[in-house]
Design a protein around this ligand. Structure first.
Ligand code: E4P
Length: 218
């Protein structure tokens, strides 16, 4: 399972990269705004800065919502760096743009996916990644993990190569359960990745080992 971090914060990306378990980064316009990255030139430069930190795919989202606009913007994003994956919304024009990019060998991440039908369309259009938002489904009393399960079954039935990128991951159990179901990738905040480290028995055990060592090595 690949681990992506879902942020535009360079310090957090560096911290995750330094752990040695990071496979990529996802961003979205809200995450860029949260870091105060505004204006086209600054946004493009920020993507290049992220690519310099991480070894892996970096999703950069188009702002245009019409087909021609998405193509223009997506081509510009893809030109920035070989690690860039063009992130496209799950709309009619988005699906058409996904097919266009896929035919041209430009990698894509179809985002804002909330149903198995949408995921099927993304795969048919040749998406590299599909991003079902599990946390946002949980927010509206719908089981996000169930969607991952449905998409896994559909993709396996037809050997679709599109990778399931479980997005809107909020905590460690989302990650563990996505791994059990067989999501190819998860993207979440740094806290969800660091949360995997934690177990009180690890802390207690280490404390005991060090205390015993200290007793015999005064
Ligand atoms: C996915 O690529 C999105 O950036 C992200 O996972 C959305 O997460 P949120 O629902 O926590 O905003």
């Amino acid at each position: 399972m690949k681990f992506f971090i879902d942020t535009a914060n360079l310090e957090q990306i560096k911290e995750a990269q330094s752990l040695g378990v990071l496979d990529g980064v996802t961003t979205n316009p809200s995450l860029m705004a949260k870091e105060g990255i505004t204006g086209k030139d600054n946004i493009l430069k920020h993507y290049v800065d992220i690519c310099a930190i991480v070894d892996g795919d970096v999703s950069a989202e188009v702002i245009a919502t019409d087909y021609e606009g998405m193509i223009k913007e997506g081509e510009e994003l893809a030109e920035l760096h070989e690690q860039i994956v063009v992130k496209i919304p799950m709309t009619k024009d988005g699906v058409k743009a996904c097919k266009y990019f896929s035919d041209k060998g430009i990698r894509t991440n179809v985002t804002l996916v909330f149903s198995a039908g949408q995921a099927l369309l993304a795969a048919k259009a040749g998406a590299t990644y599909v991003s079902p938002f599990i946390g946002r489904l949980d927010d509206v009393s719908t089981d996000g993990l169930n969607l991952i399960d449905e998409i896994r079954m559909i993709y396996d039935n037809y050997a679709f190569e599109t990778q399931i990128l479980a997005a809107s991951v909020r905590h460690t159990m989302h990650i563990v359960n996505c791994a059990k179901i067989g999501a190819d990738v998860m993207t979440g905040p740094l806290s969800s990745i660091l949360g995997l480290l934690k177990h009180p028995l690890t802390d207690l055990g280490l404390e005991q080992f060090l205390a015993d060592y200290a007793k015999g090595n005064k």
